[in-house]
Design a protein around this ligand. Structure first.
Ligand SMILES: [Zn+2]
Ligand SMILES: [Zn+2]
Length: 254
């Protein structure tokens, strides 16, 4: 199994997950042309995709969903709340902790705390590999800690540095939203979650969904580095370029 972020942040999110025979998108935060170009850049074409999984209805995750699905004739998978919130056209309804299959990739939706109707994040499994995506959550729940154990790779939100958020340009209401239990994870919160999810098995961890106004890669590194084990590779995804390939097959076989 392999994965790559095609772009991560409040201006748009999209991640490609692929096995030997299946490829799917997690979130559709970019338009058709933009998504096509981002796919092409990493060597994929829409014809290779088997579906789109949507985490929640916020524009940076769902704004391109219907157009992508229509243009490329792809099934869309989302919770009932997300489907209603994003006005998805004929979605496949998914439920918290109910696994479903997209060809040879098994998908586990995990409900998270965020200011959307029914926000879910995901664990993907294929060929005994387990990869988790966990962004857009305002606090860490026991449910999340339990569901994201024993991963080979983890894409985890590190949204803001609390001091930068406090002294930054956001109006008070937005500061309270981002920093609240239904907003986003600070670097400290995500570092603490990371400390509970690291294992012998974890090959790669990617910090995602960094705020461009309230965070820097240096701030993330300072908080995360103490918790990243020596055998785990640590990178940071960006809004424009996403991240490098997370290639679990290649790593597992040396
Ligand atoms: Zn988001
Ligand atoms: Zn969101």
């Amino acid at each position: 199994m392999r994965a790559i972020s095609l772009g991560s942040g409040s201006k748009g999110n999209c991640t490609l997950i692929a096995s030997a025979s299946t490829a799917l998108l997690v979130d559709a935060g970019f338009g058709v042309k933009d998504t096509f170009e981002r796919l092409e850049k990493v060597g994929y074409v829409p014809e290779q995709l088997s579906g789109i999984v949507i985490t929640h209805e916020h524009g940076d995750h769902a704004q391109g969903a219907n157009r992508l699905a229509r243009t490329w004739s792809l099934p869309v998978y989302a919770s009932q709340g997300t489907s209603l919130g994003a006005k998805l056209e004929s979605p496949h309804i998914i439920k918290d902790m109910q696994r479903f299959q997209i060809d040879d990739i098994e998908v586990l939706p995990v409900l998270v705390s965020h200011d959307a109707r029914e926000p879910t994040q995901f664990v993907f499994e294929s060929n005994d590999f387990r990869l988790g995506i966990c962004t857009d959550l305002g606090c860490v729940t026991p449910h999340v800690i339990k569901a994201f154990q024993s991963l080979d790779a983890l894409l985890l939100e590190a949204n803001y540095d609390p001091n930068m958020l406090a002294s930054g340009p956001y109006p008070p209401k937005l500061k309270a939203r981002v920093g609240g239990d239904y907003g986003h994870l600070s670097n400290q919160q995500s570092a603490e979650l990371l400390s509970k999810l690291v294992s012998e098995r974890l090959q790669k961890v990617v910090a995602c969904h960094l705020s461009e106004k309230n965070n820097t890669p240096e701030h993330v590194r300072a908080q995360w580095s103490p918790w990243v084990p020596p055998h785990t590779e640590f990178t940071i995804a960006s809004q424009t370029d996403g991240c490098e390939w997370i290639d679990l097959m290649e790593l597992a076989h040396g």
